[in-house]
Design a protein around this ligand. Structure first.
Ligand code: SAH
Ligand code: SF4
Ligand code: F3S
Length: 470
């Protein structure tokens, strides 16, 4: 069997490399080195994409700065998941006009998931005339070519045609951290949950070849990275398009076989495709971190059906049980949506009871936000924002109590933690993460950053643990 999704030919990637070199020559003729700023909204996938954008900008001779003030190129990598995220982007992009008036040659680019929404592209075209370049996530690998077109002053460039997307290997990357790294293993989503915009803006599911992924991880481990997160909208469908029988649990096993002292995490897992085999692999692979982010979205089976999630409340709970039988101390986190169109308070009670039954370590809670073009946005929604807020607040309160109790259970235990940075308080000069990814504040020498160390947990709050080095 052959793979069913497209791969960008190496020559096409090389052409982009050539464009980078060409722009670099132009940039080197300038007296002051030009600066580029990349601002990122949304999920880890976008963070990973921004690292590629910075890589390409660096290859084009730009210095990367952390402020838009006075930058020669500004790239806003956007998220479309909820209305609030989009409003923030519109506000911030609108405000860039002042900087551009002071620096007329400035190039403003907007990319990411919002760029792929037709109504957003139209609004930017009409009302945000200071935006020079717009391109969607599937066009990311052609950024050098697109920027070059703007650079050589051929007016505004909008590259936002709908596209299934392909796999582009060999793009330069400039990572933000030295210990933690994102590795995209696949792109796009085929699940079409009825509330979600992602499948419309990120194209179809497509997997990178395992060798490319494993080589990248091996390189990262060689460079000293200690905490590697495999990314995809639903990593559990990794490999389905490859036609080679490769699947996600097997990829995890092969990653686990790479020598070195590092942890492997992954996100996100869709419950419908989370199998006993995945849980077995998690139990058996010592480098795979004992934590799982398994979004349940709702605890009510009618709502789950309306969401097109492909599992019922009972099936979700069965998966959790199967996982806990194999990995008893698993740290569990999840996403939940309150106020899906037509969700009654009785149905919401099922969500509350599910979190009380599962007792997640932490929860990401969202109020439903209608997304233009999705099936759910067309459903009747008789409940007001205020009514939804009441349920939302109840949910957060119940979860905060559970999170606190879960943290209290750590007190007195010893956790092997990765010390991953400086703290923001003189009493806890270091930050660390347990294997299960819980945040730990502690005191110690900054020379310890980058090391795995045993930490005794002494106290806690709802959102963090506090400990001391042993
Ligand atoms: N691929 C991941 C989710 C990515 S989006 C998965 O399937 O688990 C992250 C979270 O945003 C989702 O899990 C969901 O809880 C939330 N979300 C997505 N669309 C939303 C919407 N229209 N309104 C509110 N929350 C939404
Ligand atoms: Fe959205 Fe569902 Fe795909 Fe997650 S699995 S990205 S929630 S459509
Ligand atoms: Fe947002 Fe796109 Fe991620 S919509 S959550 S940035 S995939």
């Amino acid at each position: 069997m052959e793979r069913t999704t497209a791969v960008i030919p190496a020559e096409d990637i090389q052409r982009q490399t050539k464009y980078c070199a060409e722009i670099k020559v132009l940039n080197q003729q300038r007296q002051v080195p030009p600066m580029a700023y990349v601002d990122t909204y949304g999920c880890q996938q976008n963070e990973a994409d921004s690292e590629l954008i910075r890589g390409m900008l660096a290859d084009m001779g730009y210095e990367i700065t952390d402020t838009s003030d006075g930058a020669d190129v500004i790239v806003i990598n956007t998220c479309a998941i909820r209305e609030h995220a989009e409003q923030r982007v519109f506000g911030n992009v609108g405000a860039l006009i002042h900087g551009k008036r002071k620096k007329p040659g400035q190039i403003i680019c907007l990319c990411g998931c919002m760029a792929q929404e037709a109504h957003v592209a139209e609004r930017l075209r009409q009302s945000y005339r200071h935006v020079d370049l717009l391109f969607g996530p599937q066009a990311l690998w052609r950024f050098p070519e697109l920027l070059r077109r703007v650079y050589l002053r051929r007016g505004r460039v909008f590259d936002v045609d709908a596209s299934d997307g392909a796999i582009a290997e060999g793009l330069p990357v400039r990572r933000s951290g030295k210990l933690k790294a994102w590795v995209s293993i696949m792109y796009g989503c085929n699940n079409f949950c009825s509330y979600c915009i992602v499948p419309y803006v990120r194209g179809r599911e497509r997997s990178r070849e395992p060798e490319a992924i494993l080589n990248e991880i091996e390189t990262l481990v060689g460079q000293g990275y200690k905490d590697i997160t495999l990314l995809g909208q639903n990593v559990n469908s990794y490999g389905m398009d490859l036609g080679s029988g490769m699947d996600f649990p097997t990829l995890l096993e092969r990653t686990n076989a790479i020598p070195g002292d590092f942890l492997i995490r992954f996100m996100t897992s869709h419950p419908k495709d989370a199998t006993d085999r995945l849980f077995d692999v998690m139990r058996n692979c010592e480098r795979v971190a004992p934590c799982l982010h398994l979004p349940f979205q709702s605890g009510n089976s009618r709502v789950l059906r309306a969401m097109n999630r492909g599992y019922s409340r009972e099936e979700y709970l069965d998966k959790i049980q199967a996982l806990r039988e194999r990995v008893p101390h698993i740290v569990l986190t999840s996403d939940v949506i309150v106020g899906f169109p037509g969700e009654t308070t009785r149905e919401f009670e099922d969500t509350l009871s599910l979190i009380q039954e599962v007792r997640f370590d932490a929860l990401f809670t969202f109020i439903y936000s209608p997304r233009e073009g999705t099936p759910a946005a067309k459903l009747d929604d008789p409940f007001t924002r205020e009514e939804k807020q009441v349920n939302f607040d109840r949910l957060v309160e119940v979860q905060n109590q559970i999170s606190l109790e879960k943290h209290q259970a750590y007190i007195g235990t010893v956790q092997r933690c990765l010390i991953d940075g400086a703290g923001d308080d003189p009493r806890s000069s270091l930050k660390a993460r347990t294997a299960g990814n819980r945040l730990v504040h502690l005191n110690g020498d900054s020379a310890l950053i980058g090391q795995f160390r045993d930490v005794r947990i002494t106290h806690c709050s709802t959102f963090a643990l506090f400990g001391e080095l042993i």
